[in-house]
Design a protein around this ligand. Structure first.
Ligand SMILES: Cc1cc2nc3c(=O)[nH]c(=O)nc-3n(C[C@H](O)[C@H](O)[C@H](O)COP(=O)(O)O)c2cc1C
Length: 212
């Protein structure tokens, strides 16, 4: 049995007032209380972004033993990001919705992990990255629930299910969505505030349940 270790990722560009940061921090705090002394790594992809892929970096991901001219710090970063995922038994990802999808900073992080060496066939078991439990907490200004006008515009959950599944991280994957977060501040959405509060309360409950 691997020792319990938490990898906590945030991606909101807001350092304060971020709902996804609040939810991921709530999960992490409870998880750490339940696992005193366990490993814990925090990555803030907004404060410390992973650079976009270059051709040399991508070539090195495809052929780690070759010389592709990538700067040494790029290789070290890829290795550190990979090691953090490998070591984790639980990963919590705070993912704000930007333009119906994940932040590009989170995509840049994923681009370092999705390599042929890490990919697994659907249902083929944990794979080289280890098969951690993954909890994704999202925050979005609108609602994408069934029956809403933008049902089907959520390109976060389907994408993350697919990409995390491709590297063996979707066997124990849960999503928690806090919706209508902009109702707090946008006057035109004032009528939706009760629904926004309900969504946040349900998200808190889900995070508390998942952290248990
Ligand atoms: C650049 C940007 C793009 C956004 N795009 C969307 C969007 O497509 N759909 C949506 O519902 N909300 C959108 N929002 C609102 C955010 O999803 C919302 O404010 C959310 O709470 C952000 O997460 P955070 O609270 O963790 O910062 C966007 C916000 C920003 C800053």
């Amino acid at each position: 049995m691997p020792s319990p270790a938490l990898l906590h990722i945030d991606a909101s560009i807001r350092a304060s007032g971020s709902v996804s940061r609040e939810l991921s921090a709530r999960f992490a705090a409870q998880w750490r209380r339940r696992h005193p002394g366990a490993g814990h790594t925090y990555r803030d992809l907004a404060a410390d972004p992973v650079p976009h892929l270059t051709h040399a970096v991508r070539e090195a991901l495809l052929d780690p033993d070759g010389d592709h001219g990538e700067p040494p710090q790029e290789r070290a970063l890829t290795e550190a990001l990979t090691a953090e995922v490998r070591a984790a038994t639980t990963v919590v990802i705070g993912a704000p919705m930007y333009n119906y999808a994940i932040p590009s900073t989170l995509k840049a992080w994923l681009d370092r992990l999705v390599t042929p060496a890490h990919m697994v066939a659907p249902g083929a078991g944990p794979g080289p990255l280890g098969g951690a439990s993954v909890v994704v907490v999202t925050a979005r200004g609108g609602s994408y629930a069934p029956g809403t006008p933008r049902e089907g515009w959520d390109h976060q959950e389907p994408y993350l299910r697919a990409v995390l599944g491709s590297i063996g991280l979707a066997d124990d994957l849960a999503f928690v969505h806090a919706e209508l977060t902009t109702a707090r501040t946008v006057p035109a959405m004032a009528a939706l505030r009760p629904l926004a509060e309900k969504s946040l309360a349900v998200a808190y409950e889900a995070v508390d349940r998942l952290a248990r």
